[in-house]
Design a protein around this ligand. Structure first.
Ligand SMILES: Cc1cc2nc3c(=O)[nH]c(=O)nc-3n(C[C@H](O)[C@H](O)[C@H](O)COP(=O)(O)OP(=O)(O)OC[C@H]3O[C@@H](n4cnc5c(N)ncnc54)[C@H](O)[C@@H]3O)c2cc1C
Length: 585
């Protein structure tokens, strides 16, 4: 007999584990989350927080979303992405990033009710973890996962209480490994991976210094520094990253992975900081430093029986594109409602397969993208004539050459501009962040062809209600609350939703009867004039891709489970067929 029993045991309270715990607790599922350390993240690793992640926080509650915005640096201060010799030195070029250019900002506004922002992990984790514990999660710090064994009915996990030094066991119906890039849960489960760990060496140096005079006129979260050694290891180039404007900073600097990792003590760190800032007398308050490796590895399956992995446990990659914590939280959004449905007896076990079927392709995509983004610094080095290392004299000669007259210098200027602009695949890849389309047993296609993408699918978000895609956002007016709402606000909250229009009332009746039969509470919105929800602008009518009499069945995670373009002969029969398939029951 185990010492403790719970429905879901979550290993790790990083972005993945805390988000999953918060979502499960919100949906009334008993869960426990453990962390081997005595508190949450003590370094601000993740920071770029994209719109899709903010939609997850919004789904947890407006107060959760509002708390994140309160602590975050707003989007307007994020996007003057600078490439320079040093912060005090000459600027090589700049690109608008993270939705800063007016055209890209319009795309952001059109795509989501939520805003991208910069929220260091040291703020994000406490928000998620507090939400989880406030809503019922049993959070246990200084508690280490040791091993697990699963059988037909559950999982028995052995944990170490690091305070007493004693082992104890937890019996749960499911185990979630959100235990980061060195996941023991993944290893012990024997889940398959592709790729390689440790393809590059990197160090983080955290410090405080008032750098306003170098940055406030070109506000950005990232300042890329081209210096000798900048192309060795690391994430493509030296980086001075804003943590808090403009007094707290993190430097990311590479080292050769084939050499022993450097000892980054205060003296070394201060030297690197002064060198990248370009001020040999800079007064810095050193906070901490650590070394880490660049990885290129992803799980090709994220479920083994009753055990699931998520976050960095499943996708291990450099921070390029800022996708790690975002994808981790979104993994949780995908899995939580499925676990809740199965644990509440509303769905069959096969629904849980769809977690891996839907999220493993995302894992592969983001790991590949992030590593490719490192390589894509290459053209900038080439344009500056600095491939294969470089010394100060070489950099100076290149910087000099580009200011000259004549065709060669002009061609160099053009090459630099192009190489920098190409980095939008790392710093403005809205499509990578928003275009997830799932294909699994939890999606029922409607026979319509894949709409594809009108523009580059990595750079631009393409809204569609094609089953599997995230529900498009449009502002509508909700008479019940007397306020403007996003179509995403009409859905989520752990429930399935039917969206229809005038003439589609039969779908509402069908949802009530089929929901009753299957024991699920399906929310229904009839959108149209003099109805509870009104689409005054016509934005929803244009985005819905169905007729007023049609139906969209939206999953709790905002993805379209199925759609009917028009009224069916037997709406209840259709909904029953689809829901039984989606819920595997
Ligand atoms: C410099 C840098 C910048 C980054 N920038 C971004 C960014 O801008 N945007 C972004 O989205 N991502 C970014 N990332 C990536 C991001 O930090 C990770 O992807 C994210 O932390 C992964 O979350 P996770 O919850 O999966 O794992 P982690 O955050 O690693 O959390 C793992 C958890 O498991 C616990 N744990 C581990 N082993 C055990 C055990 N045996 N027993 C109990 N507990 C255990 C740990 O204590 C921790 O609580 C960045 C990373 C770095 C290094």
């Amino acid at each position: 007999m185990a010492d403790i029993a719970t429905d879901v045991l979550i290993i790790g309270t990083g972005p993945a584990g805390s988000a999953t715990a918060a979502l499960l607790s919100t949906q009334g599922v008993e869960n426990m989350a453990i962390n081997r350390y005595r508190w949450l993240a003590n370094t601000p690793r993740a920071h770029i927080t994209n719109q899709r992640t903010m939609e997850v926080l919004r789904d947890l509650g407006r107060e959760v979303e509002a708390e994140a915005y309160m602590h975050a640096t707003e989007q307007d201060l994020m996007g003057e992405n600078v490439f320079c010799e040093s912060l005090a030195g000459e600027e090589i070029g700049r690109m608008k990033s993270w939705g800063k250019s007016p055209l890209k900002r319009a795309e952001h506004y059109l795509a989501s009710p939520s805003r991208m922002n910069d929220l260091p992990q040291t703020f994000m984790e406490p928000i998620l973890f507090a939400t989880a514990c406030r809503r019922g999660t049993q959070g246990r710090m200084s508690t280490e996962y040791v091993s697990h064994e699963q059988d037909a009915d559950g999982v028995t996990t052995t944990c170490l209480d690091r305070l007493s030094g004693r082992n104890f066991t937890v019996r749960s119906k499911y185990l979630v490994g959100a235990d980061g890039g060195n996941s023991e849960v993944a290893e012990h489960s024997g889940l398959p991976f592709e790729g390689r760990m440790g393809v590059g060496g990197s160090m983080n140096i955290l410090f405080r210094a008032d750098l306003s005079k170098y940055v406030a006129h070109r506000p950005s979260v990232l300042y890329w520094v081209m210096q000798p050694g900048a192309d060795v290891g690391g994430i493509g180039m030296g980086l001075v990253r804003m943590i808090r404007p403009w007094y707290e900073w993190l430097i990311v600097w590479g080292y050769d992975i084939n050499e022993p990792a450097p000892v980054v003590d205060e003296e070394f760190a201060t030297g690197v900081a002064r060198q990248l800032v370009g001020d040999p007398k800079l007064d810095i308050e050193f906070i901490s430093a650590n070394v880490w490796t660049v990885n290129n590895m992803y799980a090709t399956r994220m479920r083994e029986g009753r055990v699931f992995i998520m976050g960095d446990a499943a996708h291990r990659h450099p921070p390029s594109n800022g996708l790690g914590s975002n994808t981790s939280i979104q993994d949780g959004f995908n899995l939580a409602w499925k676990l809740a449905a199965v644990l509440k007896g509303q769905a069959g076990d096969r629904l849980l397969d769809s977690y891996s079927d839907e999220r493993a392709p995302v894992a592969k995509q983001i790991v590949t993208r992030a590593n490719q983004s490192i390589a894509e610094f290459g053209p900038i080095f080439e344009a500056l004539g600095m491939t294969g290392g470089g010394d100060h004299a070489k950099i100076q000669a290149s910087m000099e050459a580009r200011t000259g007259k004549g065709a060669e210098a002009e061609a160099q200027r053009e090459a630099i501009r192009k190489a920098i602009a190409f980095k939008e695949y790392e710093f403005d890849a809205h499509g990578v962040e928003m275009n997830h389309r799932y294909d699994s047993g939890a999606v029922v296609k409607d026979g319509q062809p894949d709409p594809g993408f009108e523009r580059d699918s990595e750079l631009h978000y393409h809204p569609t209600t094609w089953p599997g895609a995230r529900l498009p956002h449009a502002w509508v007016f909700d008479h019940d609350s007397g306020s403007q709402m996003s179509t995403l606000d009409l859905c989520g909250g752990g429930r399935f939703t039917v969206l229809t229009g005038i003439g589609g009332e039969a779908w509402a009746e069908a949802a009530a009867s089929v929901g009753g039969e299957l024991g699920i509470d399906i929310r229904v919105h009839v959108i149209g004039p003099r109805r509870a929800v009104v689409d005054h602008t016509g934005d929803w009518a244009r985005a819905s891709e169905i007729r007023d009499t049609g139906c969209l069945l939206v999953r709790p995670d905002h993805h379209v489970a199925w759609r009917a373009v028009d009224l069916a002969d037997d709406p209840a029969g259709e909904l029953r067929r689809v829901l039984r398939k989606v819920l595997a029951c």
